[in-house]
Design a binder for this molecule. Structure first.
Ligand code: NAD
Length: 420
């Protein structure tokens, strides 16, 4: 279902639209339109059968004017330099919009983790960390989970990184990765944070629109970390999940699908396929589902000139990064749909990653209530900033979110100047 357009070209088009509208200083524009570092590593890993395979890993660091580079690691066969560049750039904007002292980075390895054993995955993760060496670091560049990576993989990365440090520096370097298991220095609430942020913004939107979420219907694309948490956290609002798609297929049930039960099913069966009492539908039928809210939480380039006309919802709340390309965006606007754009809507993950980083630096451990309250505050104030900018500039929310990020970064460059 993923269309093979350049994702970085989407970033460029979004950036140009905002930069033109706000009249961004041409010199700042030059700086921000380029990534800072692009690291490609090829590394060997011994497989369970004793043979050696070569893997290709990426880390792109877009900008660190606001703080250390920050962004996830993705394990997927479609990972390539264009995609990682785009994802790294979006991270810069996201940190700036949500107002945390981080820059933007992203990385990944081009392979399908489903084809490898757990022990092989561990060796691949560890050897990648070794290959990256000092290109990551707790005050320099901090990875986190993304598609097909999780807390366990972060624990292996942490352990490998610490093993490469002198003994005296090991216990003050826990914050080299976020999204760790709780026992290894993770934060309460990180697991659900991205989905929670998405739902928090849907609540804000509903309040502004005077729209009652009780009985509202929603469809979710991608039922991994972001999609399943967003789906589960919509349930207490009395909203009804009517369609879900993941890499194994798409299912529909006008009577509603219980997101908690589906999550347990996916844990056992590694996908939603054959989930009982639902109708199996194809991709087009899934996208055409009539619902109030659509939450894309899988991959990029899902809502395009071809697929946007199919959407039959009031609101798109982007859990995934880059699910809508600029042509898709234009069609959704013509259709009068509301949009909570990725760089705002899925920022909950990086916010709680920042909280985890702070807890590690200060040797603190916050309770869940503290994490949840602080996350809510960050999400709501960013929502209000973007809403107000959209009104002030009479533009769409994605462009408004870009304008906030570019203004903030522009100010920092003006204040600090360029060395030498
Ligand atoms: P994940 O690996 O936990 O889940 C990915 C989901 O997408 C799975 O259900 C998978 O089956 C589904 N998927 C994959 N290919 C698909 C296809 N062709 N069609 C339909 N579904 C497909 O990943 P995640 O961490 O939930 O990330 C999902 C999206 O959210 C990505 O765009 C990621 O960059 C973004 N995101 C994640 C976080 C985070 O904290 N994990 C934060 C911000 C943004």
């Amino acid at each position: 279902m993923t269309e093979k357009a350049s994702v970085y070209e989407n970033v460029t088009r979004q950036f140009d639209k905002a930069a033109d509208l706000m009249g961004l200083d041409p010199e700042i524009r030059k700086i921000l339109s380029k990534t800072t570092n692009e690291i490609i590593v090829n590394f060997p890993v011994r497989m369970d059968n004793g043979r050696i395979e070569m893997f290709r890993g990426y880390r792109v660091q877009h900008n660190n004017a606001l703080g250390p580079y920050k962004g996830g690691l993705r394990f997927h066969p479609a990972v390539n330099i264009d995609e990682v560049r785009a994802l790294a750039t979006w991270m810069t904007w996201k940190s700036a919009i949500i107002d945390i002292p981080f820059g933007g980075a992203k990385g990944g390895i081009q392979f399908d983790p489903g084809d490898f054993s757990t022990r092989e995955l561990e060796r691949i993760s560890r050897r990648f960390t070794f290959a990256l060496g000092s290109n990551i670091g707790p005050e320099y560049d901090i990875p986190a989970p993304d598609v097909n990576t999780n807390a366990q993989i972060m624990a292996w990365i942490l352990d490998t990184y610490l093993s490469m440090m002198p003994p005296l520096e090991r216990n003050c370097s826990l914050h080299v990765v976020t999204g760790k298991p709780i026992e290894s220095g993770g934060s309460l609430g990180r697991d659900k944070a991205t989905g929670q942020g998405v739902v928090c913004l849907i609540e804000q939107w509903a309040r502004d629109q005077d729209f009652d979420l009780t009985g509202a219907t929603y469809a979710v694309q991608g039922f991994g970390n972001v999609g399943s948490w967003a789906a589960r956290l919509m349930k207490p609002h009395g909203a009804k999940l009517v369609a879900v798609e993941d890499a194994t297929g798409a299912i529909l049930s006008p009577d509603g699908i219980d997101p908690d039960d589906l999550t347990s099913y996916v844990e056992k069966h590694r996908g939603i396929a054959d989930y009982p009492n639902t109708k199996l539908v194809d991709h087009e039928a899934f996208l055409s589902t009539q619902a109030d809210i659509f939450i894309p939480a899988a991959l990029e380039n899902q809502i395009t000139a071809r697929t946007a006309p199919l959407l039959n919802v009031k609101l798109v709340a982007e859990g995934a990064n880059g699910p809508t390309d600029p042509d898709g965006d234009a069609i959704l606007q013509e259709k009068g749909l509301d949009m909570l754009p990725d760089i705002l809507c899925n920022a909950g993950g990086v916010v709680v990653s920042y909280f985890e980083w702070l807890q590690n630096k200060r040797s603190e451990f916050w309770d869940l209530e503290e994490v949840d309250t602080k996350l809510q505050r960050k999400m709501v104030s960013a929502y209000e900033r973007v809403r107000d900018a959209a009104h002030a500039y009479d533009t769409d929310w994605r462009t408004a979110a870009y304008i906030i990020a570019l203004s903030r970064l522009g100010k920092v460059y003006k204040e600090r100047g360029i060395f030498p």
